[in-house]
Design a protein around this ligand. Structure first.
Ligand code: ATP
Length: 270
């Protein structure tokens, strides 16, 4: 989410220490960091690195965060776009944007391209409402496929894409040489929630009664994004009450608020 178009290729300040839990995903993706740091080493040996990796998982599980952490760890520029930006574009504009983005990323290689909500442009063809929208999507998708096919691993560009709807993706995107490597992220378990709380509590001024074990136990089914939200809400509540520190009760109230938001969200969906 929240990925704006970053066409200049931003430097990512995020590293793996900002990503709590997700140990398997981090381990799997570390190979890319090594490659991006020294592509020549791999190219000399003829080693093939995947060019497209699909990050799958529910909303707020850290897909964007992980992609930025790869860029931050490797110290390479991060180019991104979000599928939803293309929905209202005229035919051809989306395709031109994709072409432009790949061109810029190649010029700055080694680099990362991150495509958030790839399902918006990459959902299986046919069965849509608007002919205009679907034309545009097809032309954007075709351009993306052409770009993926048109560069080898020796260009030093790696494309990461994220979706929470892997089931509806056009199979063309998943063919060998395209997004043929998948990393599944899950909602955090108890230990992971504790770790996520601790990452987001680090910059906060906490009272002595705040207990990350307890908070983790109180938040089954919450995503990393929900937990980040709770920490910030708790800080806002404490600030509003002119407190010197953030207390346990502020966190409890923040949980209630975030739960309220989650309930509203699910009413909209269903
Ligand atoms: P969406 O599917 O909604 O796009 P996403 O999977 O891309 O979500 P992110 O945007 O990466 O999720 O997560 C949102 C925020 O939640 C992050 O910026 C971070 O603050 C927090 N967060 C999520 N997962 C983690 C994690 N594993 N460790 C620490 N913070 C996390």
């Amino acid at each position: 989410s929240k990925a704006r178009v970053m066409e200049k290729g931003e430097e990512s300040p995020i590293t793996f220490k900002d990503v709590a839990g997700l140990e398997e995903a981090k381990e799997e993706i570390y190979e890319l960091v090594n490659f991006l740091k020294a592509p020549d080493k791999y190219q000399r040996l003829g080693a093939k690195i995947p060019k497209g990796i699909l990050l799958l998982g529910p909303p707020g599980t850290g897909k964007t965060l992980l992609a930025k952490a790869v860029a931050g760890e490797a110290g390479v520029p991060f180019f991104s776009l979000s599928g939803s930006e293309f929905i209202e574009m005229f035919v051809g504009v989306g395709a031109a944007r994709v072409r432009d983005l790949f061109k810029k990323a190649k010029a700055k290689a080694p680099s990362i391209i991150f495509i958030d909500e790839i399902d918006t442009i990459g959902r299986a063809r046919g069965g849509t409402s608007f002919f205009h929208e679907s034309d545009e999507r097809d032309s954007t998708l075709n351009q993306l496929l052409a770009e993926l096919d048109g560069f080898g691993t020796n260009t030093g560009v790696i494309v990461l894409a994220a979706t929470n709807r892997g089931d509806i993706l056009d199979p063309a995107l998943l063919r060998p040489g395209r997004f043929d490597r998948h990393i599944q992220l899950e909602l955090p378990n108890l230990t992971e929630r504790k770790a996520i709380f601790e990452v987001h509590m680090k910059p906060l001024k906490l009272g002595a009664d705040v207990d990350s074990d307890l908070l983790a136990a109180q938040t089954p089914g919450f995503s990393g994004a929900d937990i980040a939200n709770i920490c910030n809400e708790a800080a806002l509540l404490a600030a509003h009450k002119e407190q010197e520190e953030i207390n346990r009760d502020d966190f409890f109230n923040a949980i209630d608020r975030v739960v309220g938001g989650m309930e509203k969200r699910s009413k909209i969906i269903t």
